[in-house]
Write a protein that binds this ligand. Sequence first.
Ligand SMILES: [Zn+2]
Length: 67
Amino acid sequence: MDLLQIKFWEAGDYRPGTKGHERRCSWGGSSCPSPAELTVTDRAGADNGACAVHVVHYIRDRLRHGR
Ligand SMILES: [Zn+2]
């Protein structure tokens, strides 16, 4: 798996059970009100919507832990 897996958000890019189906950021947790702008792939291979702020959290996590 690549260290960073990021692409533009597309409808349907969300992990079941998250609020991605509302086209909102799910990477930032339940308190983030922002719309999903990018899609990031978690360690399990699931797609998650991320806003412009929380995609940076994803990048930090991957750089720190090596995916
Ligand atoms: Zn967010």
